[in-house]
Design a protein around this ligand. Sequence first.
Ligand code: PLI
Length: 462
Amino acid sequence: MTAAYPAEPWRIKMVEPIRTTTRAERESALRAAAYNPCLLRAEDVYIDLFTDSGTNAMSDRQWSAMFRGDESYCGASSFYRLRDTVRAYYGYEHVIPVHQGRGAENILSRCLIRPGHRIPGNMYFTTTRAHQELNGGTFHDVIVDEAHNPADESPFKGNVDITKLTALIREAGADTIPYVCVGAPVNMAGGQPISMECLARVRELTLRHGIKVILDAARAVENAYFVKSREPGWSGRSIAGILRAMCDLTDGATMSAKKDSFANIGGWLGLRDDRLAEQARGLVVLYEGMHTYGGMAGRDMEAVAQGIVESVQEDSIRARIEQVGYLGRRLIDADVPVVRPIGGHAVCLDAHAILPHVPQPLFPAQTLLAELYLHGGIRGVERGIVSAGRDPVTGENRTPALELVRLAIPRRVYTRAHLDAVADAVIALHHARRSIEHGLRFTYEPPHLRFFQARYEQAAIA
Ligand code: PLI
């Protein structure tokens, strides 16, 4: 029997029914969704691991805080509570609310990116890179090589490769690089963290060249937990202290409050530079709303502010990471190929290893994802060739080394019994993997973020 994870530091006060379905019902639902689980109705899903974003259970404190939401158009007290909380925990002087993370990415990209700019980052994220490209920039992957190998056990597979970053600065010139985008941890690598040592080296290098560092802070508390538990010299520090130390090495952050902060919607852009913040506030009124609500209701800002306080509680973040680790260990014990070490927010199945007979142009991860739904009513998301999209210049498919089905665990939502049901279904599917004798091809391919709305049909393997 595998090890357990610590009992959650909360109990359940409200429940939401979910239902199991028959195989025949799932076959009909999946056909109607054109083999894209994103297009399923949520009520047809038994355990929904599509994302940990906005799917978290809020606490009674968050729900209570929502009642004092100040819905004034301008200068709501809820904004000041959010601003002061972000300042206290993340340390950014300027806090610009947005409706969710990609709202912050849009504003930041419009402020800083011009045609011809290069934006280095430790692996791409879908929405982040899309906004960089929409503004004429090109993303450059400077993550360490280990991140592209699912089996590599290195503790900080989210690290920036300083040699790659140095070479890019030398080759492209610092004036073409508006900022380095640092994900902490790295979603597309399976939630792999970056070490404080590496972040400090990025900071030191970029300072010498006058290049900004922008943190993607969506799951930065999870990164802080990995620093505390894995990086020498940090075990005695508080999670809140590590989070702050990470932010102190950056010039700003884009934040989706739908992850670490347990909110169902919301985000913010944090900045230190007065002029950049003024420019961003100027754009937020165009794209999001007044600079004191940015697309959030006052009650949403209250929920985010309270969620931030809860997110850094040691027992809370420990239970979160260890719950994800539990699912990972169950699969590893059953020899299911997954990304190692287990990341912060998700367990990722290695579709290349599970379906080696399905070539990448026939979308092995999307195929496995569809089969997992048929098998157990479980919904994940594709993180492979479909998510990677096409190169905007050549129009060719990008072909990432990682071809993954991500099973993201919403916070405070599912019990260990649910995770056991997921593990049992994945293990049974793994045993039946040779019976999967087809791939998928597009019948409709959207131009942006295609994994969300694409439609497919089954395709025979040549
Ligand atoms: O979904 P948004 O717009 O609140 O946030 C965009 C976003 C930015 N950065 C990172 C690292 C993310 O993971 C992210 C959103 N992630 C989603 C929706 C996910 O399922 O992973």
